[in-house]
Every structure is written in structure tokens, then in C-alpha cells.
Design a protein around this ligand. Structure first.
Ligand code: TRP
Length: 330
């Protein structure tokens, strides 16, 4: 570990408001790391362009919404550094250098990238920057000489490649970078309200910023066990999306709910009502904190400018080490 505290870096693409999957899969985990580690949280705006170069104008609003979510869940700019990728030009500089030492087959075999190309049906529409994005991500991480990267399962291949690139740089020149490790969350993936993967493009998300009314309406539409048609019919919690939410948002009642569902005593309408209540209790303090920021884009902008400046100091230090190791400034 570098320094007294280990360094953490994680980031998200600013594509708008975040949902409950982000909350339990990533953000609550990030919040808990802030005292133990020096944390950098990255607004990965250049990464948006890898598949959305025609949506550059949406980035400011989407950044505001995403960072409001970060602040409202308890990420704290007093303890952690928030930065915007495009405001710290060293990300691009290190990306260029690392791309020189990364063999093409490493890029071509990346399974996450292959999946993304298939999921988004990008075959035939792939740009050079998309192929190179795992290298940009490696630069994001190595620029802060991070030790740990809290991410979801889908990002593990990128962290693996980051380790390989770090090792290669250190062997070729001299040791500058720690080999960062992925830090996975234990929370199971939260399904969308239709039981499929929660995703904005599928319109099945409950957002962190949803009010009580919106939460209730969405929970009411959630899919349940298709064999449980009316109250009195026994249900199977293990196939019910509502129950998988109870496990995460309503741990105190979930045993009782599973038993009620199995026996048929508990109807889906009541079960859903109890879930909306539990989600509401989890979101209330978040809603309270959000008030201080949501109507004040300037405050958020200022905080990002300050964070990016602070981050740039560390980034400049790293680049000095990189240039020194490479012996380019003789
Ligand atoms: N690729 C990540 C995603 O799609 C976002 C990201 C960019 C990131 N740079 C990063 C995550 C660095 C962790 C570390 O979610």
C-alpha cells in the first residue's frame, strides 16, 4: 500500500440518475470505504463518448444528476476526492503512453468489451476509442496509483488487464505502479421491476431520486411468482423479484414475509406495500441530504472543479514518476 492509507479509485460514466442497483451494488460500499482509504471517485465523462460520441451535450446535466446521487447517499467531498476525467488532462496523457505498451491481443480478447459489443449490437459500428477504453480505464486507475478498485463483477476483466499493464510498465522501465486489485461487493444483483437486468434502456428502474409516489407505483407493477394469482395461493419467494428486494431492503421482516408468502396468508398487494415502506425508509435520509444540492448546480460544479484540481496534483506527481522511469527527459 502507498502512503499511510491505501488508495481507492472507482468511477462511473455520467449517463444520468442512478438506480437502486447502483445504490446497493456500488454506492453503499463506496460510502463505507471513505474513512479507511484515501478515495478518488471519478466522473468518467470521456468513457461516455466510447459509445455515445453524439451525446456529448448531455454530459453536463447527466453529471449533475449523478453527482447529486453520490452526495445524497453520503459520499463526502470533505473526505473523498471527486474528479471529472476530462478536467484532468493527465488521464489522456497516461492513456497514450499505456496504449504504446499494451499488445493488441490483450485488447481484442477482453471479455467485457466483447459482451458490450454483443449487448449493444455494435458489430460493424465499433470505433477505435471503444476498443481502447480498457486502456483508458487502466490509466484512470494507475494515474492515482490506486491499490484497490471497488467494482462489480463485470469490470473484473478490466482490472485484470490494468494489473497486466502495470506489471509490464514496471518491468520495462522501473516500478511506478502498484498492481491494483478489484474489490467486489457481496450484494447480489438487483433485478429490474420486470425481473430482467435493471437498466435505464429497459425502463425497469427504481431511481435513488424517486419520491414515495413513484416508488409505490413501480413496486405495484413488479412481477411476482406467476403461480400465485390471488391471496391464499401459496407462493415461491425464491422466484419472486419482490422477495429478492425484501432480502436486500427489508432484512428485518424477510423471514416473516417468506413464511407468509409460502403459506398463502400474505397477499402480493400487502407484500408490495411493505416493500415500498422499506425502500422509503432507506431512501428518506438520502432524500433529506439531496435537498442541499439538487437545485444548486453551481455548488456541485464548484465542488467538482475543486476536487479535480486536488486530483490533478496527484496525477502530475504520477506523470513525473512515469517520465522519470521512462528516461525521456534527459
Ligand atoms: N468502465 C466503468 C463502467 O462502465 C466506469 C469506469 C471508468 C471505471 N473508469 C473507471 C470504474 C476506473 C472503475 C475504475 O462502469
Amino acid at each position: 500500500m502507498t502512503g499511510e492509507k491505501g488508495v481507492i479509485l472507482s468511477g462511473m460514466r455520467p449517463t444520468g440518475k442512478l438506480h437502486l442497483g447502483h445504490l446497493v451494488g456500488a454506492l453503499e460500499n463506496w460510502v463505507g470505504l471513505q474513512d479507511t482509504f484515501k478515495c478518488y471517485f471519478l466522473v468518467a465523462d470521456y468513457h461516455v463518448l466510447t459509445t455515445g460520441f453524439d451525446k456529448s451535450r448531455d454530459i453536463p446535466v447527466n453529471t449533475h444528476e449523478m453527482v447529486c446521487d453520490w452526495l445524497s447517499v453520503g459520499l463526502d467531498p470533505e473526505r473523498s476526492t471527486f474528479l471529472v476525467q476530462s478536467r484532468v488532462p493527465e488521464h489522456s496523457e497516461l492513456n497514450l503512453i499505456l496504449s504504446m505498451i499494451t499488445p493488441m491481443p490483450w485488447v481484442e480478447r477482453n471479455p467485457t468489451l466483447k459482451e458490450m459489443i454483443a449487448d449493444l449490437d455494435l458489430t460493424g459500428k465499433i470505433h477505435f476509442g471503444l476498443m481502447g477504453y480498457p486502456i483508458l480505464q487502466a490509466a484512470d486507475i494507475l494515474l492515482y496509483r490506486a491499490d484497490l478498485v471497488p467494482v462489480g463483477e463485470d469490470q473484473v476483466a478490466h482490472i485484470e488487464m490494468t494489473r497486466e499493464i502495470a506489471r509490464r510498465f514496471n518491468n520495462l522501465y522501473s516500478t511506478v505502479f502498484p498492481e491494483p486489485k478489484a474489490k467486489l461487493t457481496s450484494t447480489p444483483r438487483l433485478p429490474g421491476t420486470d425481473g430482467k437486468k435493471m437498466s435505464k434502456s429497459l425502463g425497469n428502474c427504481i431511481y435513488i431520486s424517486d419520491n414515495d409516489e413513484a416508488v409505490k407505483a413501480k413496486v405495484r407493477q413488479m412481477v411476482t411468482d406467476p403461480k400465485k394469482i390471488r391471496r391464499g395461493d401459496p407462493g415461491r419467494p425464491e422466484v419472486c423479484s419482490v422477495y429478492s428486494y425484501h432480502e436486500i431492503f427489508n432484512a428485518a421482516e424477510n423471514g416473516d414475509i417468506a413464511a407468509g408468502c409460502r403459506s398463502g396468508q400474505l397477499g402480493c398487494v400487502e407484500c408490495k406495500g411493505r416493500l415500498s415502506g422499506a425502500i422509503g425508509r432507506r431512501l428518506d435520509p438520502i432524500r433529506e441530504r439531496r435537498k442541499a444540492y439538487e437545485d444548486d448546480p453551481l455548488k456541485v460544479k464548484k465542488l467538482l472543479a475543486e476536487g479535480s484540481e486536488l486530483a490533478a496534483r496527484r496525477a502530475r506527481e504520477t506523470m513525473a514518476l512515469v517520465r522519470g522511469a521512462m528516461g525521456m527527459e534527459k
